[in-house]
Structures are given as structure tokens and as C-alpha cells.
Ligand binder design. Structure first.
Ligand SMILES: *Cc1c(COP(=O)(O)O)cnc(C)c1O
Ligand SMILES: [Zn+2]
Length: 421
């Protein structure tokens, strides 16, 4: 984690190098910037033995996270369970299935705490006192919570009409929450203007290169838990398209450093909702560029980014790794939220329903190999998207406190499953 491990920011289009500053695009060609490392220097301290002695959180992999000093924000983030999902595997007819459960990530119950921990630690290093984000919901809660714990002032901008759990889950931390009349793309554009106008640190705007690197920690954890091997197949939900790319990058970095048993042959599968499918559409049509979705319309609000910043790179990666992408209906999302809960005891938010629904579809179509290992990335918690379920689950049966009434109920059968399922 010494300053020399990160050599700078590099343009993903032309390769031009920039210093480690709050800057997210190349001034020559507007290409996105990515953190560049000196892997030889990283390898001096980043060994399996050294990693094994460190606490089970994302900072176990600190040499490959772009913070120069000690992390100051989100020091307990990560270290979420990788669950062997045998009951679900049996139902799907696959051999080796895992759930990476970031629905229980600390502190705000989504994978966004990983990206925020890095972005805000960097914001502190760069001297920002006010931070912010453009959010589809989970980022709002994560920036608000982590900023509160770090004593930073936070402005959180969201599209109007998000779920109550997401809105309260940001407001409770004392952040300034602003709902914008419009969709995420309007919010994002406004945030670029605000970051420039006020000189604040917006985690997914001017701090985006650092932010995005935080997602790699999810991949590092998966590989280490699997006995230092990259899975054969990963299914990840896509909003802006950043997470899926960083998962793959994490495996490649471990390979570069000689930490894996065997080569990386991971096929990446991307999941979206049909109501907002710009990336899956690009993969399926083989289009030369991403066609934005102007009016996203889905219950998977956390994934509703019509004009995804990393959409092109995500679709390219999916095709190059031999993976694929699909999108699914809102009904399928709800059914699969329930299936995940009923088979594995994991209550994921709508994005988790998207991931499982897409995985099932791709397994059925033979695009996902039933005999290879499969990791499903569950990225957010069901408590935050209750609106998606209230009309789809049975209400509790009410009885008087007598054994007779309970017996009559058991006799008749307690309604546990809705007819629609
Ligand atoms: C933000 C988010 C994602 C995906 O994010 P990317 O923008 O593609 O990196 C996935 N799931 C949930 C629940 C999210 O909040
Ligand atoms: Zn460039």
C-alpha cells in the first residue's frame, strides 16, 4: 500500500498516463481512465502467506487497491461468504454452484461498500471534505454510511421514485439526499456538473477510476475461497458495466502475480433486466456500440442505467471470454428472488433475482456449462427492495390463540406459496 505501487491513471483507449488525481477521462479522446500498477513491486509483498495473516476483509488485498497510505474509510468492508449452493444446484441441474453473498456486506448491505471504501479513502488522501455520488440506490446508502463514519459531508443524488428502503437507507446517515426529476442518466450528468462547479469528490464521477478498483476485491475473495483458482463461469448483474469487468481483472491480476493454481479461463456472463438492457442487447446483437435505453422501466432499479459508462467494455469482455448476456422480465425477477430465498435462505434484492433468472436461462440454453463451476454474484439485500415483493407473497394467516384453531389450520394447510409461482 505504499505510494509506489500505483504508477498512475491510464487511458483505456490510447494508453496515455496521468497522475493519481481526481480525474476520470482522457483529455485527448475522452477515454475512461484506469488505475495502473507496478506488478513487480506489488509481488514483493503480495504473497499467499502474507495475505493469510491479514484480517478477512477487502483490505487483505490492499496492494491491488489504489490507496497510498492506510485505508481510512470502510476498513471493515468485504469478507462476505461464498456459499456452496447445493440445493439450488440440484434444482438447476448443475454440478458446482456458489453464491457470493454481498447482500450482507458491511455496513450498507450491498457490494457498493467495496467501491466506496476505496473511493472515500482516496478522497481523504486527496483532501476532499465534501463527497457525493450519482446513485441508483445502493451507492447512495453506501456513500452516506461510509461518509458519516469518516466525518465527511455527503451529497447523494438519486432519480425520483426509488424504493423507500434505499431512500431512508441514505437519509438515516445524515447525508443530503436530493431526488432529481428524471432518470439515472440525468442524475449522472448533473453530478458531473456539480463535481466540476464545486470541486467536490464524486465517487463515481471524478473519483471513478479509484472507485471501480474496489470491485476487484469481490473477485479476489472468490478466487481465494475457491482455493486460489478462478471459477469457470461467473454471472454478474450489470448497471454501468463496471463490476463485471473488475471481477475478471481481479482473476487476471492474481494470475499475473503467480497466485493461482491454473490459468484463468473464466467465462463472464452479464445479467440485466429487459426494461433496461443496453449491455445485454449489445452482446446479443453484436452491435458495434451501445445503444442507450432512453426510458428504463423495471423493478430492478439498482441496475437501471440506460447509458452505461462501461457498457462497451463489458460487452466486449463478455464476448471475448466466451460468455454471454441475457435480460429478463420483472415477473422472472420476482420468481427468482423467491427461489433464491426458498432454496438457499438468501434474501437478495431485485438485482439478485435478475442474476439468478439470467443464470437459469443460460443454463437451459446450454450457454452455461452444467459441469463447470458457476459463481452467482449477489450484490444487494432484499430488505431494501420490499416493494417488489409485497403483492407477490402471501400474508400471514391470523388465528385466535387456541390449539384448536392451529390444528384446523395445519389440517387445511398453511398457505405458504402464492398460486402465481
Ligand atoms: C451498482 C450495482 C450493480 C452493478 O454495478 P456496475 O455499475 O455494473 O458496476 C449490481 N448490483 C447492484 C445491487 C448494484 O447496486
Ligand atoms: Zn486517451
Amino acid at each position: 500500500m505504499s505510494g509506489e505501487l500505483v504508477t498512475g491513471l491510464k487511458c483505456r483507449l490510447c494508453g496515455k498516463l496521468y497522475p493519481k488525481e481526481a480525474l476520470n477521462f482522457c483529455t485527448d479522446d475522452f477515454g475512461p481512465l484506469e488505475v495502473a500498477y507496478d506488478y513487480e513491486a506489488v509481488g514483493r509483498t503480495f504473497t499467499r502467506e502474507a495475505i493469510a495473516t491479514r484480517p478477512r476483509n477487502m483490505w487483505r488485498y490492499r496492494e491491488l487497491l489504489p490507496v497510498d497510505g492506510e485505508p481510512t474509510v470502510g476498513r471493515h468492508v468485504g469478507g462476505t461468504p461464498l456459499i456452496r449452493a447445493d440445493r439450488l444446484a440440484k434444482l438447476l441441474g448443475v454440478a458446482e454452484l456458489y453464491i457470493k453473498n454481498d447482500a450482507v456486506n458491511h455496513p450498507s448491505l450491498s457490494f457498493k461498500d467495496r467501491v466506496v471504501a476505496v473511493a472515500l479513502s482516496k478522497a481523504v488522501e486527496l483532501g476532499f471534505e465534501t463527497v457525493g455520488c450519482a446513485s441508483t440506490g445502493n451507492l447512495a446508502g453506501s456513500v452516506a454510511a461510509n461518509a458519516a463514519a469518516a466525518g465527511l459531508e455527503a451529497y447523494v443524488l438519486i432519480p425520483e421514485g426509488l424504493e423507500q428502503g434505499k431512500v431512508l437507507g441514505a437519509t438515516i446517515y445524515g447525508a443530503k439526499v436530493v431526488a432529481v426529476r428524471g432518470n439515472y442518466d440525468h442524475v449522472n450528468r448533473l453530478c458531473s456538473q456539480i463535481a466540476f462547479r464545486y470541486g467536490w469528490g464524486f465517487v463515481n464521477v471524478n473519483l471513478r477510476p479509484f472507485y471501480a478498483e474496489g470491485s476487484k476485491s469481490m473477485g479476489f475473495e472468490i478466487a481465494e475461497e475457491l482455493g486460489w483458482r478462478a471459477p469457470d463461469q461467473v454471472v454478474a448483474p450489470m448497471a454501468g458495466g463496471s463490476l463485471i469487468g473488475k471481477l475478471h481483472k481481479s482473476f487476471l491480476e492474481l494470475e499475473t502475480l503467480g497466485l493461482l493454481n491454473g490459468p484463468v479461463r473464466t467465462k463472464m456472463f452479464g445479467a440485466q433486466a429487459t426494461g433496461c438492457n443496453p449491455i445485454s442487447n449489445t452482446v446479443k446483437t453484436g452491435a458495434g456500440k451501445v445503444k442507450p435505453v432512453r426510458n428504463p422501466e423495471t423493478i430492478a432499479k439498482s441496475l437501471a442505467i440506460g447509458d452505461p459508462a462501461d457498457g462497451w467494455f463489458a460487452s466486449k469482455l463478455i464476448r471475448e471470454t466466451g460468455g454471454w448476456s441475457e435480460d429478463v422480465s420483472d415477473d422472472a425477477i420476482v420468481d427468482n428472488m423467491r427461489l433464491l430465498a426458498e432454496t438457499e435462505g438468501v434474501w437478495a434484492e431485485t438485482a439478485g433475482g435478475v442474476t439468478l433468472a439470467v443464470a437459469r436461462r443460460l443454463i437451459d440454453e446450454g450457454k452455461i456449462d452444467r459441469d463447470g463451476s458457476i459463481v452467482l454474484c449477489i450484490t444487494g439485500n432484499g430488505l431494501k427492495t420490499q416493494e417488489a415483493l409485497v403483492d407477490h407473497l402471501p400474508r400471514p394467516v391470523v388465528i385466535r390463540p387456541t390449539l384448536e384453531e392451529f390444528e384446523a389450520l395445519v389440517e387445511a394447510g398453511v398457505p405458504a406459496v402464492l398460486a402465481s409461482a
